[in-house]
Design a protein around this ligand. Structure first.
Ligand code: PMP
Length: 430
């Protein structure tokens, strides 16, 4: 096939391609990427950008990593894809065992799927089917937190924030779920039982119709980039037990070290009944997600009338994705990721503290390898994206939030460049 020129790619892109959350009538520019190495993305005009986003939070080891490349090459020579119905393979078996070993105690069954949103759908279906199988037919709804985000498919949208979230347009056609206030306590705040009052009110008031609570542990990501107290999560676990409601932890964004613990549930030393993983699972190489559940949940489902769990995506357990996930997890565990994330946190705390001096900044928050500057006003995405590209960094804000979630391998100098670019751009905003 003939190679396309840069201008052809740009023209085709603008004419035909629908980018995430974008308009086709007034598209904002998409920069063409030709390659990526380490923490740098190379554009077709030769410019190199330090990636502050880890490509939507998944490229934790950086791009073009020799170990991950080798794992993919090796697997592609064996089998790149095979249906998972009735067939299995070593990469999936190894991955399932590893995930069971690493995740909080009790999560022992692994459902492999192809994206974070689907893993949330699977979690919701597991919760629903668990109660149905036990003959408890009224437990069909979920309790979610305001400011929560769980994905873009219909089930997942129904548990995202119904008012400030990005899916309010669909509100009338979504399953009507129950919502409690977003946690009002910051990560380090002293605990006050008042912080959990609204959650308990919603849970106790609706427990007969609630199959599960779903939340993002410790970090509410795309719904506002907020961190909350581990104590809140502990109380949620206790209350779910008390009112006989399952707990789903959506660790799609927080899993694999991002908050400074391997899984954010560890901050509160709790184990959910169901856990969703995705994003960094393959180090950002392939699309893969997983939903883990306890034996109580799997037994409940399988001993019911249906006898089976009713879900089976075509690309379930894709061998390439599983092989690269295994390599990525091995790489993470054999690295000093915990010290690295701690160092990133310390540096972000020092560098981003300067943003507090700007009149247009509402708040600065840092946890693990996540640094957030919340502006008083929403920023114009196209303008600000260009301002960052002009400074040699890739940062894509949303709403009022300008944030970085860099690969863990980022050097001190590169992180400094990222932070300085953030501060410069923030200083130039009204
Ligand atoms: N849950 C959370 C917490 C997420 O951050 C995301 C993605 N931002 C999703 C679910 C959806 O994952 P995906 O985009 O892979 O469908």
């Amino acid at each position: 096939m003939n190679k396309l020129s840069r201008s052809q790619i740009s023209a085709i892109d603008q004419q035909y391609i629908w980018h995430p959350y974008s308009s086709l009538t007034s598209p904002i520019p998409a920069y063409e990427v030709t390659s990526a190495h380490g923490v740098r993305i190379e554009l077709s005009d030769g410019r190199q950008l330090i990636d502050g986003m880890s490509s939507w939070w998944c490229v934790i080891h950086g791009y073009n990593h020799p170990t991950l490349n080798a794992a993919l090459h090796e697997q592609v020579e064996r089998v790149s894809h095979v249906m998972f119905g009735g067939l299995t393979h070593e990469p999936a078996a190894k991955l399932a065992r590893t995930l069971v070993d690493l995740t909080p105690t009790g999560l022992e069954k692994v459902f492999l799927c192809d994206s974070g949103s689907v893993s949330v759908e699977v979690a919701m279906k597991m919760a629903f089917q668990y109660w149905q199988s036990r003959g408890v037919t009224g437990k069909t709804r979920l309790l979610s937190l305001r400011n929560g985000y769980h994905g873009d498919t219909f089930g997942a949208m129904s548990v995202c924030d119904p008012i400030t979230g990005m899916h309010h347009l669909f509100h009338d056609v979504l399953m009507q779920q129950v919502f409690s206030q977003a946690p009002r306590c910051g990560f380090d705040d002293d605990w006050d039982e008042a912080y959990i009052t609204d959650f308990e009110t919603q849970l106790s008031g609706h427990c007969d119709e609630l199959a599960a609570v779903i939340l993002e542990p410790i970090v509410q990501g795309a719904g506002g980039m907020r961190f909350y107290s581990p104590h809140f999560l502990q109380r949620v676990r206790e209350l779910c037990d008390q009112y006989d409601v399952l707990l789903i932890a959506d660790e799609i964004a927080t899993g694999f070290g991002r908050t400074g613990k391997l899984f954010a549930c560890e901050w509160a030393d709790i184990a959910p009944d169901i856990m969703c993983l995705g994003k960094a699972l393959t180090g950002g190489y392939m699309t893969l997600a997983a939903t883990l559940c306890t034996e109580k949940v799997s037994d409940g489902i399988c001993q019911g009338e249906a006898g089976v769990f009713m879900h089976g995506p075509t690309f379930m357990g894709n061998p390439l994705a599983c092989a690269v996930a295994n390599a990525s997890i091995d790489l993470l565990l054999s690295s000093d990721w915990s010290e690295r994330v701690q160092d990133i946190q310390s540096q972000l705390q020092v560098e981003l503290a300067h943003a507090r001096d700007f009149a247009n900044v509402a708040d600065v928050r840092v946890l693990g390898a996540i640094g957030v500057v919340e502006m008083k006003q929403a920023v114009d995405l196209a303008t600000i994206q260009k301002a960052f590209v002009d400074r040699g960094v890739w940062i894509r804000p949303f709403g009022k939030l300008i944030y970085v979630m860099p690969p863990y391998i980022i050097s001190e100098d590169d992180l400094q460049l990222l932070c300085h670019a953030m501060l410069e751009v923030i200083a130039s905003l009204p």
